[in-house]
Design a protein around this ligand. Structure first.
Ligand code: CTP
Ligand code: CA
Length: 225
């Protein structure tokens, strides 16, 4: 019966996953972006869907695609568009997994014509974006679970635990930068999963597909706790 209960734990659950980078426009032909590939978010969407969840995948610009009966793919460009799509999906979702690398700052104004080259220096003024995870954390419902990601270069565990508090996460997945093959642009990840009761689980370097299974397992454990 363990076998069946494990397989059906996510059946009918509505899961929102964010993935990829965001592109913040400077003018009609330029943007500020980052190197996120979206692979982790897409792998999570696929694994959750395979386990019977109804997934809404909200993706920034990536080269990836996904075709699965249980996955609705919503493509966005900017952090603001991602926030709008997440706000809508959040109304029905049981679980929010925020794997996107959302830009922290966006140009204060977007030039409506291509900016011409002028002097030897130029400045683009930036303003903070909406923190999607923090906004959803502030309105989290009693039976909702929110899961975040973090990549830190110092005081990793401490910084991750601060993010659990400030964003009201139930779990945070800390991506380790220390090992070869982990992080942006690779097919493997080494993660540590920390929960809101300070339980810490370390995992080995694995394919993103296998990491997705570990993360989904941790979510199922949290659901059943
Ligand atoms: N996040 C988000 N919206 C933002 C910024 C971050 O939803 N505007 C989410 C990410 O998807 C991730 C979590 O918040 O799940 C942590 O992102 P991170 O960049 O590590 O945290 P920040 O609060 O932006 O802090 P900093 O970049 O200064 O470390
Ligand atoms: Ca950030």
């Amino acid at each position: 019966s363990d076998f069946f209960s494990k397989k059906s734990a996510l059946k009918g659950k509505k899961i929102m996953v964010t993935a990829g980078p965001t592109y913040e426009a400077i003018d009609p032909v330029r943007f500020i972006g980052n190197h996120s590939t979206g692979k982790m978010g897409y792998a999570l969407a696929e694994e959750a869907a395979n386990q019977g969840a109804e997934v809404t995948l909200i993706s920034g610009p990536t080269h990836l695609t996904i075709e699965h009966a249980n996955v609705k793919l919503v493509r966005v460009k900017s952090g603001e568009q991602m926030y709008e799509a997440c706000s809508i999906a959040n109304e029905a979702s049981d679980i929010n997994i925020m794997a996107a690398a959302v830009a922290d700052y966006t140009p204060k104004t977007v030039a409506d014509q291509k900016i011409k080259k002028k002097g030897s220096e130029m400045t683009v003024e930036l303003v903070k974006t909406t923190d999607i995870a923090k906004s959803l954390g502030a309105i989290k419902r009693e039976n909702q679970l929110n899961i975040g990601f973090a990549l830190e270069t110092e005081a990793e565990i401490e910084h991750a635990q601060q993010k659990i508090k400030s964003k009201n996460f139930d779990l945070i997945v800390l991506n380790s930068l220390n090992d070869k093959g982990a992080g942006f642009g690779h097919d493997t990840n080494k993660v540590t999963i920390i929960d809101n009761q300070n339980n810490i689980q370390h995992f080995e370097l694995k394919s993103k597909r296998e990491v997705a299974k570990d993360i989904i397992n941790a979510i199922v454990q949290k659901l059943e706790a």
